[in-house]
Design a protein. Structure first.
Length: 250
């Protein structure tokens, strides 16, 4: 009589434990923000070397892999620079006002929001240049004219800034761009509040620079130059991200 076959047991390697999260924020996000606070407060001055990875991981009570994720993001943001065989050095001191205008623990999320916006809104601008109507253009012009007034009168203008970007998504003719932005609207507005508040602490040239970027996008859409519209939008959003960390520059 044939013996009953026994099921074969598959041996699988254990799954890696997921990184602990607090809400939607990873542990690396929190470490990133702690080091950023050290730098923006002046505890780690520009040009100075950061403590070693061993010292930082002990001080912040995290593993080396988590610390390295945070340091990688700081390098990408241009805040620190690594010198082979020497360690990490502070390259740029973020605005001290960042901590005044940004909600506690939000900086990493704001960074991710800018990345999302550059991708989504760049493509929306590309399609808006192909599909916009005369009515769309007129509304965009009116909104930028109101933003011009805000600059002259020293007003923040976050709502108008948000409206301009939403108009471009609408002009793309694809409702999913607007839906994607709406799903993250609170994060987007936090980022806009931060960057426009920081700009108000600078000479008026800072706000005028931001407004010129808006007009560059509008002109590309008016000209039906899709590629230029995409590049202008991506540059504008990326510049907004960089302005958070550019220290004394405009």
């Amino acid at each position: 009589m044939e013996k009953e076959k026994q099921p074969i047991e598959l041996v699988t390697s254990p799954k890696p434990k997921p990184e602990k999260r607090s809400g939607d924020r990873t542990l690396a996000d929190r470490v990133y923000e702690k080091i950023l606070a050290m730098i923006s407060s002046g505890e780690a001055p520009v040009g100075e070397k950061l403590p070693t990875e061993h010292a930082l991981s002990e001080r912040l009570e995290v593993s080396r892999p988590v610390l390295r994720q945070a340091l990688k993001q700081l390098r990408e943001d241009g805040v620190i620079v690594s010198r082979q065989g020497s360690g990490s050095y502070v390259q740029r001191r973020p605005e001290a006002a960042v901590r005044d205008f940004a909600p506690v623990g939000s900086i990493a999320d704001i960074q991710r929001t800018f990345e999302f916006r550059a991708a989504i809104e760049g493509e929306a601008a590309y399609l808006a240049a192909e599909r916009r109507s005369d009515a769309d253009l007129e509304k965009m012009r009116e909104t930028l004219a109101e933003l011009d007034r805000c600059i002259r009168e020293g007003e923040l203008g976050v709502d108008l800034d948000e409206t301009f970007h939403e108009m471009i998504c609408h002009a793309s003719g694809n409702q999913y761009f607007s839906a994607a932005r709406t799903s993250m609207k609170s994060n987007i507005v936090v980022g806009m509040n931060l960057t426009r508040n920081l700009s108000l602490t600078k000479p008026i040239e800072r706000m005028e620079l931001v407004q010129r970027e808006h007009y560059d996008i509008l002109r590309a859409i008016e000209a039906k130059d899709s590629e230029r519209a995409r590049l202008s939008m991506r540059a504008h959003v990326e510049n907004a991200r960089k302005r958070v960390f550019e220290g004394q520059g405009i």
